[in-house]
Design a protein around this ligand. Structure first.
Ligand code: PLP
Length: 230
């Protein structure tokens, strides 16, 4: 079932790319494994799926320790400053940087380990009150400020679009984030590479790909519904 789901998602990614003349290799699929057991990850590894997204620091660290072969972990959930130290050398990319204070903490912990941390800036592109992330207007100045941190490397932008019945409703937000992404890229800021645009989840990843996503984060579509009460 899991393997079938994965293949289905891969097919849909390829079809969405084809529709707009993109190369499917430009789109990286992150399997969002939060709340799901390690065995599920082990199963998908057999299919060559190596990118996994987690929201909770404790869960990410536990899976990191237990997995049989190294995979790439993406921190996609809200990150508290006092927890940066636990994940700094376990993740390939932190998607959820939404303040200079958090970036400074990442700088501090990365410097201690003598590594450079790749990060994305999280944007609340639909300006929903309940969501983390910067407003579109705040992003440029924040990117400038964070770019001065030598152990932090901005690689792009991330958003979670609203939950909607019809994913077409989110197209405008994906378009907007893509525009912002290109605008910042064209500024050619030192120590900033705008090459990753992380947007699109189970409900809307095909639309996100049509609008330029280079990373999609799919949980339910691969692992099935989550049960938070276990
Ligand atoms: C849970 C989560 C996802 C995956 O959501 P699905 O709708 O299950 O695909 C993607 N991104 C973030 C930030 C999440 O928290």
């Amino acid at each position: 079932m899991l393997k079938e789901n994965l293949k289905n998602v891969q097919k849909k990614i390829a079809a969405a790319c084809e529709k707009v003349g993109r190369n499917p290799e430009e789109v990286c699929l992150i399997a969002v494994s939060k709340t799901k057991p390690l065995e599920n990850i082990e199963t998908l590894m057999e299919e060559g799926q190596m990118e996994y997204g987690e929201n909770y620091v404790q869960e990410l660290c536990a899976k990191y320790e237990q997995v049989s072969r190294p995979v790439h972990w993406h921190m996609i959930g809200h990150l508290q400053r006092n927890k940066v130290k636990y994940i700094i050398d376990k993740t390939v990319l932190i998607h959820s940087v939404d303040s200079v204070a958090l970036a400074r903490q990442i700088e501090k912990e990365a410097a201690k380990k003598d590594i450079v941390a790749d990060i994305l800036i999280q944007v609340n592109i639909a300006e929903e009150e309940t969501k983390f992330g910067l407003s579109g207007q705040e992003v440029s100045s924040m990117v400038m400020e964070i770019s001065s941190l030598p152990h932090v490397h901005i690689r792009g932008l991330m958003t979670s679009a609203p939950f909607v019945e019809n994913p077409e409703e989110n197209r405008c937000y994906f378009k907007k984030l893509h525009e912002l992404f290109v605008d910042i890229r064209e500024k050619n800021i030192d120590n900033v590479d705008m090459d990753i645009l992380s947007m699109g989840m189970t409900n809307d990843y095909e639309i996100a790909i049509e609008e330029g996503a280079t990373m999609v984060r799919v949980g339910t579509g691969i692992f099935g519904e989550r049960n938070y009460n276990k």
